[in-house]
Design a protein around this ligand. Structure first.
Ligand code: ZN
Ligand code: ZN
Length: 206
């Protein structure tokens, strides 16, 4: 999917950057070095957001408009993951594996695990028990792994969109094949919209 720059968002974030850097310079001259350092850090972050966070595109799987395309982006509608490559936005290839578990699947739909390794997508032969304890929830989850990998997944929580400070559990994994199979197992109504993509790995995009 082609990406477009949202000039309104770029302008807004550029203004935020200038204000933060201006305040950093002012506090720096006043001798408040700690505050100046923090402001400088936020200023640099705002530059990143003004740069790549101001892009908008469409989800290649379901067509929803996506914003804030920094790193790996999860579509809020169909849960597919994608990223920018060569100036266009693509869904991740099925064999994509991230170095650390970041592909976050909301567990509100169910906790059915496919019999695949969450670290590489190969058939699973054993499982690892993960535990999460938060104010709102606490549970254990057995996550499938192959014989070669361990630590391919992590339990975490994320803010529920539109619900203030409410947190919901997510399972973070490395393998997109596992992630997709997990969405299929727990959100069958979502995956009806999923279309099979030609392998991007074969096209040399990744
Ligand atoms: Zn989508
Ligand atoms: Zn594995």
């Amino acid at each position: 999917m082609p990406i477009k720059r949202s000039w309104l968002r770029t302008l807004a974030w550029t203004l935020v950057t200038l204000v933060l850097l201006g305040m950093a310079a002012f506090t720096g001259f006043s001798g408040e070095y700690l505050i100046a350092g923090v402001l400088l850090l936020f200023g640099v972050l705002a530059i990143v957001v003004a740069g790549s966070g101001s892009y908008i595109s469409e989800c290649p799987v379901c067509g929803t408009e996506l914003r804030g395309l920094i790193g790996l982006t999860r579509c809020p509608q169909c849960f597919s993951y994608g990223k920018i490559s060569d100036g266009e936005y693509y869904e991740l290839p099925p064999d994509f594996v991230n170095k650390i578990p970041v592909l976050a699947l909301p567990l509100s739909g169910g906790r059915e695990m496919p019999q695949l390794c969450c670290g590489c997508g190969a058939p699973a032969v054993r499982s690892e028990k993960l535990r999460i304890i938060r104010v709102e929830f606490a549970f254990d989850l057995n996550v499938p792994h192959c014989g070669l990998h361990s630590g391919g997944a992590d339990l975490d929580s994320e803010a529920v969109a539109g619900k203030g400070k409410a947190q919901a559990p997510v399972l973070k994994v490395k393998s997109y094949a596992f992630y997709r199979a997990c969405v299929q197992a727990n959100y069958p109504e979502l995956t009806k919209k999923w279309i099979t993509q030609p392998s991007l790995a074969a096209a040399g995009k990744f």
